[in-house]
Design a protein around this ligand. Structure first.
Ligand SMILES: [Zn+2]
Length: 313
Protein backbone atom coordinates (compact mmCIF):
# COMPACT_ATOMS: atom_id res chain seq x y z
CA UNK A 1 0.00 0.00 0.00
CA UNK A 2 1.22 3.42 -0.81
CA UNK A 3 0.37 6.43 1.28
CA UNK A 4 2.40 9.10 -0.35
CA UNK A 5 2.70 10.44 -3.82
CA UNK A 6 5.52 9.83 -6.24
CA UNK A 7 9.06 10.25 -5.15
CA UNK A 8 10.72 11.27 -8.35
CA UNK A 9 12.30 14.19 -6.55
CA UNK A 10 14.77 12.05 -4.67
CA UNK A 11 17.03 11.73 -7.63
CA UNK A 12 16.82 15.44 -8.34
CA UNK A 13 18.11 16.62 -5.02
CA UNK A 14 20.66 14.63 -3.15
CA UNK A 15 20.62 15.07 0.60
CA UNK A 16 24.18 13.87 0.65
CA UNK A 17 25.28 16.62 -1.68
CA UNK A 18 23.50 19.32 0.31
CA UNK A 19 24.27 18.31 3.89
CA UNK A 20 27.26 16.00 4.06
CA UNK A 21 28.49 17.58 7.30
CA UNK A 22 25.39 16.65 9.28
CA UNK A 23 25.72 12.95 8.61
CA UNK A 24 28.01 10.49 10.19
CA UNK A 25 27.15 7.28 8.52
CA UNK A 26 24.38 5.39 6.84
CA UNK A 27 24.31 1.67 6.38
CA UNK A 28 22.91 1.86 2.87
CA UNK A 29 21.43 4.29 0.43
CA UNK A 30 17.66 4.16 0.75
CA UNK A 31 15.54 3.33 -2.23
CA UNK A 32 12.52 5.58 -2.49
CA UNK A 33 10.96 4.05 -5.54
CA UNK A 34 7.22 3.76 -5.16
CA UNK A 35 7.12 -0.01 -4.83
CA UNK A 36 3.82 -0.10 -2.94
CA UNK A 37 5.56 -0.76 0.35
CA UNK A 38 5.36 1.25 3.54
CA UNK A 39 8.18 3.54 4.61
CA UNK A 40 8.84 3.87 8.33
CA UNK A 41 11.44 6.05 10.05
CA UNK A 42 12.26 5.68 13.75
CA UNK A 43 14.23 8.40 15.54
CA UNK A 44 16.13 7.80 18.76
CA UNK A 45 18.52 10.11 20.55
CA UNK A 46 21.41 7.65 20.68
CA UNK A 47 22.65 4.65 18.68
CA UNK A 48 20.48 2.15 20.58
CA UNK A 49 17.21 3.97 21.36
CA UNK A 50 15.35 3.33 18.11
CA UNK A 51 16.70 -0.22 18.11
CA UNK A 52 15.44 -0.86 21.65
CA UNK A 53 12.05 0.82 21.25
CA UNK A 54 11.10 -0.19 17.70
CA UNK A 55 13.45 -3.02 16.72
CA UNK A 56 10.76 -5.70 16.92
CA UNK A 57 8.18 -3.77 14.90
CA UNK A 58 10.96 -2.85 12.45
CA UNK A 59 11.75 -6.54 11.95
CA UNK A 60 8.04 -7.31 11.38
CA UNK A 61 7.71 -4.57 8.78
CA UNK A 62 10.97 -5.63 7.12
CA UNK A 63 9.77 -9.25 6.99
CA UNK A 64 6.91 -8.09 4.78
CA UNK A 65 9.22 -6.10 2.51
CA UNK A 66 8.46 -2.68 3.96
CA UNK A 67 11.24 -0.14 4.34
CA UNK A 68 12.41 0.89 7.78
CA UNK A 69 15.12 3.34 8.78
CA UNK A 70 16.50 3.74 12.31
CA UNK A 71 18.05 7.14 12.96
CA UNK A 72 20.22 8.10 15.93
CA UNK A 73 20.17 11.88 16.21
CA UNK A 74 23.40 11.99 18.23
CA UNK A 75 26.52 9.90 17.74
CA UNK A 76 26.73 8.35 21.22
CA UNK A 77 30.23 9.67 21.84
CA UNK A 78 29.86 9.92 25.64
CA UNK A 79 27.74 6.81 26.08
CA UNK A 80 30.48 4.72 27.71
CA UNK A 81 32.08 4.87 31.16
CA UNK A 82 35.65 4.28 29.97
CA UNK A 83 36.00 5.64 26.43
CA UNK A 84 34.61 8.66 24.58
CA UNK A 85 35.01 10.88 21.55
CA UNK A 86 35.39 10.08 17.89
CA UNK A 87 36.56 6.53 18.43
CA UNK A 88 33.42 5.70 20.43
CA UNK A 89 31.17 7.49 17.91
CA UNK A 90 32.65 5.41 15.10
CA UNK A 91 32.23 2.23 17.10
CA UNK A 92 28.64 2.95 18.02
CA UNK A 93 27.80 3.94 14.44
CA UNK A 94 29.21 0.65 13.19
CA UNK A 95 27.28 -1.26 15.88
CA UNK A 96 24.05 0.47 14.89
CA UNK A 97 24.65 -0.39 11.24
CA UNK A 98 25.18 -4.04 12.20
CA UNK A 99 21.89 -4.14 14.13
CA UNK A 100 20.11 -2.66 11.11
CA UNK A 101 21.69 -5.26 8.85
CA UNK A 102 20.50 -8.08 11.09
CA UNK A 103 16.97 -6.65 11.27
CA UNK A 104 16.82 -6.09 7.51
CA UNK A 105 16.51 -2.31 7.82
CA UNK A 106 18.58 0.84 7.19
CA UNK A 107 20.37 2.97 9.79
CA UNK A 108 21.78 6.46 10.04
CA UNK A 109 23.72 8.16 12.82
CA UNK A 110 23.97 11.95 12.77
CA UNK A 111 27.27 13.50 13.75
CA UNK A 112 25.93 15.52 16.68
CA UNK A 113 27.64 15.12 20.07
CA UNK A 114 25.88 12.94 22.61
CA UNK A 115 24.47 15.08 25.43
CA UNK A 116 24.59 18.25 23.34
CA UNK A 117 21.49 18.03 21.14
CA UNK A 118 19.47 21.26 21.10
CA UNK A 119 16.08 22.00 19.50
CA UNK A 120 17.56 24.53 17.09
CA UNK A 121 16.23 25.71 13.74
CA UNK A 122 19.18 23.99 12.05
CA UNK A 123 18.27 20.67 13.67
CA UNK A 124 14.57 21.15 12.87
CA UNK A 125 15.58 21.52 9.22
CA UNK A 126 17.82 18.45 9.38
CA UNK A 127 15.03 16.28 10.80
CA UNK A 128 12.53 17.67 8.29
CA UNK A 129 14.82 16.86 5.41
CA UNK A 130 15.51 13.33 6.66
CA UNK A 131 11.78 12.57 6.98
CA UNK A 132 11.14 13.95 3.49
CA UNK A 133 14.07 12.07 1.97
CA UNK A 134 12.76 8.83 3.43
CA UNK A 135 9.27 9.73 2.11
CA UNK A 136 7.89 8.45 5.37
CA UNK A 137 4.42 7.04 5.98
CA UNK A 138 5.16 6.61 9.71
CA UNK A 139 7.55 8.58 11.91
CA UNK A 140 8.40 7.32 15.41
CA UNK A 141 10.26 9.24 18.12
CA UNK A 142 10.60 9.74 21.88
CA UNK A 143 7.94 11.69 23.70
CA UNK A 144 9.25 15.14 24.66
CA UNK A 145 9.08 14.15 28.35
CA UNK A 146 11.97 11.93 29.25
CA UNK A 147 14.87 11.75 31.66
CA UNK A 148 17.53 12.53 29.07
CA UNK A 149 17.75 15.96 27.40
CA UNK A 150 18.69 14.38 24.06
CA UNK A 151 15.56 12.20 24.22
CA UNK A 152 13.40 15.23 25.06
CA UNK A 153 14.83 17.29 22.23
CA UNK A 154 14.43 14.49 19.67
CA UNK A 155 10.76 14.51 20.70
CA UNK A 156 10.58 18.28 20.28
CA UNK A 157 12.44 18.28 16.97
CA UNK A 158 10.22 15.57 15.49
CA UNK A 159 7.09 17.36 16.76
CA UNK A 160 8.42 20.55 15.19
CA UNK A 161 8.83 18.71 11.89
CA UNK A 162 5.38 17.11 12.04
CA UNK A 163 3.74 19.95 10.16
CA UNK A 164 6.77 21.46 8.43
CA UNK A 165 7.47 18.34 6.36
CA UNK A 166 4.41 19.32 4.29
CA UNK A 167 5.21 23.03 3.91
CA UNK A 168 6.80 23.58 0.49
CA UNK A 169 8.75 26.76 1.25
CA UNK A 170 10.30 25.36 4.43
CA UNK A 171 13.59 23.77 3.32
CA UNK A 172 12.60 24.10 -0.35
CA UNK A 173 15.77 22.25 -1.39
CA UNK A 174 13.99 18.99 -0.51
CA UNK A 175 10.42 18.79 -1.87
CA UNK A 176 7.72 18.73 0.78
CA UNK A 177 5.70 15.60 1.42
CA UNK A 178 2.30 15.62 -0.30
CA UNK A 179 0.71 13.70 2.53
CA UNK A 180 1.62 14.15 6.17
CA UNK A 181 2.96 10.96 7.80
CA UNK A 182 1.48 9.45 10.94
CA UNK A 183 3.68 10.45 13.89
CA UNK A 184 4.01 8.07 16.82
CA UNK A 185 5.77 8.13 20.17
CA UNK A 186 7.71 5.16 21.48
CA UNK A 187 6.85 3.94 24.96
CA UNK A 188 8.29 5.23 28.22
CA UNK A 189 7.42 5.15 31.92
CA UNK A 190 7.39 8.85 32.68
CA UNK A 191 4.25 10.13 34.38
CA UNK A 192 4.35 13.91 34.01
CA UNK A 193 2.68 15.74 32.37
CA UNK A 194 0.81 12.54 31.50
CA UNK A 195 1.69 8.83 31.28
CA UNK A 196 2.36 7.15 27.94
CA UNK A 197 -0.86 5.98 26.25
CA UNK A 198 -0.59 2.71 24.32
CA UNK A 199 -2.75 3.51 21.30
CA UNK A 200 -0.95 0.71 19.45
CA UNK A 201 0.68 -2.44 20.84
CA UNK A 202 2.64 -4.79 18.61
CA UNK A 203 3.25 -8.44 19.45
CA UNK A 204 6.91 -9.12 18.70
CA UNK A 205 7.02 -12.78 19.80
CA UNK A 206 7.85 -14.07 16.31
CA UNK A 207 10.81 -11.70 15.97
CA UNK A 208 11.90 -11.57 19.61
CA UNK A 209 14.91 -13.85 19.05
CA UNK A 210 15.87 -11.87 15.97
CA UNK A 211 15.65 -8.57 17.87
CA UNK A 212 17.81 -9.81 20.74
CA UNK A 213 20.35 -11.37 18.41
CA UNK A 214 20.54 -8.06 16.55
CA UNK A 215 20.99 -6.16 19.82
CA UNK A 216 24.03 -8.24 20.71
CA UNK A 217 25.81 -6.11 18.09
CA UNK A 218 25.53 -3.09 20.42
CA UNK A 219 28.54 -4.35 22.33
CA UNK A 220 29.84 -1.03 23.67
CA UNK A 221 26.47 -0.35 25.27
CA UNK A 222 24.94 -3.73 26.00
CA UNK A 223 27.89 -5.63 27.40
CA UNK A 224 30.22 -2.86 28.56
CA UNK A 225 28.01 -0.89 30.89
CA UNK A 226 27.11 2.33 29.06
CA UNK A 227 27.69 5.87 30.34
CA UNK A 228 27.22 5.00 34.02
CA UNK A 229 28.92 1.61 33.97
CA UNK A 230 32.15 0.50 35.56
CA UNK A 231 34.67 -2.31 35.41
CA UNK A 232 32.36 -4.25 37.72
CA UNK A 233 29.25 -3.89 35.53
CA UNK A 234 31.30 -4.79 32.48
CA UNK A 235 32.55 -7.90 34.24
CA UNK A 236 28.96 -8.90 35.07
CA UNK A 237 28.24 -9.68 31.41
CA UNK A 238 29.76 -12.73 29.72
CA UNK A 239 32.94 -11.88 27.75
CA UNK A 240 33.11 -11.57 23.96
CA UNK A 241 34.79 -14.98 23.83
CA UNK A 242 31.48 -16.55 24.92
CA UNK A 243 28.94 -15.37 22.30
CA UNK A 244 26.30 -17.96 23.24
CA UNK A 245 26.44 -17.00 26.90
CA UNK A 246 26.19 -13.36 25.88
CA UNK A 247 23.10 -14.04 23.79
CA UNK A 248 21.44 -15.98 26.63
CA UNK A 249 22.32 -13.22 29.12
CA UNK A 250 20.81 -10.55 26.89
CA UNK A 251 17.77 -12.66 26.04
CA UNK A 252 16.94 -13.04 29.71
CA UNK A 253 17.10 -9.27 30.22
CA UNK A 254 14.99 -8.55 27.16
CA UNK A 255 12.46 -11.23 28.07
CA UNK A 256 11.86 -9.24 31.25
CA UNK A 257 11.76 -5.92 29.47
CA UNK A 258 9.58 -6.87 26.45
CA UNK A 259 7.53 -9.17 28.69
CA UNK A 260 6.89 -6.23 31.00
CA UNK A 261 5.70 -4.17 28.02
CA UNK A 262 3.28 -6.95 27.01
CA UNK A 263 1.81 -7.09 30.52
CA UNK A 264 1.67 -3.32 30.93
CA UNK A 265 -0.04 -2.84 27.57
CA UNK A 266 -2.19 -6.00 27.60
CA UNK A 267 -5.38 -4.03 27.03
CA UNK A 268 -4.01 -2.53 23.81
CA UNK A 269 -2.79 -5.96 22.67
CA UNK A 270 -6.31 -7.36 23.15
CA UNK A 271 -7.74 -4.38 21.27
CA UNK A 272 -5.55 -5.10 18.22
CA UNK A 273 -5.20 -8.89 18.37
CA UNK A 274 -8.47 -9.94 19.96
CA UNK A 275 -9.00 -11.42 23.44
CA UNK A 276 -7.54 -14.87 22.85
CA UNK A 277 -4.38 -13.95 20.98
CA UNK A 278 -3.91 -10.70 22.86
CA UNK A 279 -3.78 -12.61 26.16
CA UNK A 280 -1.14 -14.99 24.79
CA UNK A 281 1.34 -12.37 23.61
CA UNK A 282 4.62 -12.65 25.55
CA UNK A 283 6.64 -9.76 24.16
CA UNK A 284 5.51 -6.37 22.92
CA UNK A 285 6.39 -2.87 21.81
CA UNK A 286 3.90 -0.02 22.13
CA UNK A 287 3.31 3.31 20.47
CA UNK A 288 1.22 6.39 21.14
CA UNK A 289 -0.37 8.52 18.42
CA UNK A 290 1.00 12.04 18.28
CA UNK A 291 -1.82 14.51 17.75
CA UNK A 292 0.24 16.38 15.17
CA UNK A 293 0.71 14.94 11.68
CA UNK A 294 -1.95 12.77 10.08
CA UNK A 295 -4.68 11.41 12.35
CA UNK A 296 -5.38 7.87 11.14
CA UNK A 297 -8.52 5.90 11.94
CA UNK A 298 -8.31 2.26 13.02
CA UNK A 299 -8.71 0.97 9.46
CA UNK A 300 -5.73 3.01 8.33
CA UNK A 301 -3.70 1.94 11.34
CA UNK A 302 -4.32 -1.67 10.36
CA UNK A 303 -2.90 -0.87 6.93
CA UNK A 304 0.12 0.83 8.50
CA UNK A 305 0.63 -2.13 10.85
CA UNK A 306 -0.15 -4.91 8.37
CA UNK A 307 0.85 -7.64 10.83
CA UNK A 308 -2.28 -7.07 12.90
CA UNK A 309 -4.94 -9.73 12.29
CA UNK A 310 -8.29 -8.69 10.75
CA UNK A 311 -10.53 -7.18 13.46
CA UNK A 312 -13.06 -10.04 13.37
CA UNK A 313 -10.44 -12.72 14.02
ZN1 LIG B 1 19.21 7.33 24.62
Amino acid sequence: MRYLCGVVFYGLCSFWAVFPATLFAQSETPSVEDDGKLRIICFGAHPDDAEYKSGGAAALWAKQGHHVKLVAVTNGDIGHWAISGGALAKRRTAESAEVAKRLGVTSQVLDIHDGELMPTLENRKTITRIIREWNADIVIAHRPWDYHPDHRYVGILVQDAAFMVTVPFFCPDVPALKKNPVFLYSSDRFQKPYPFVADIAVAIDEVFDKKVEALTALESQTFEGGALGSAETMAAAPPASQPEARLAWLKERWARRAGGEANTFREALIRWYGEERGMQVKYAEAFELCEYGRRPNNAELRQLFPFFPPPDK
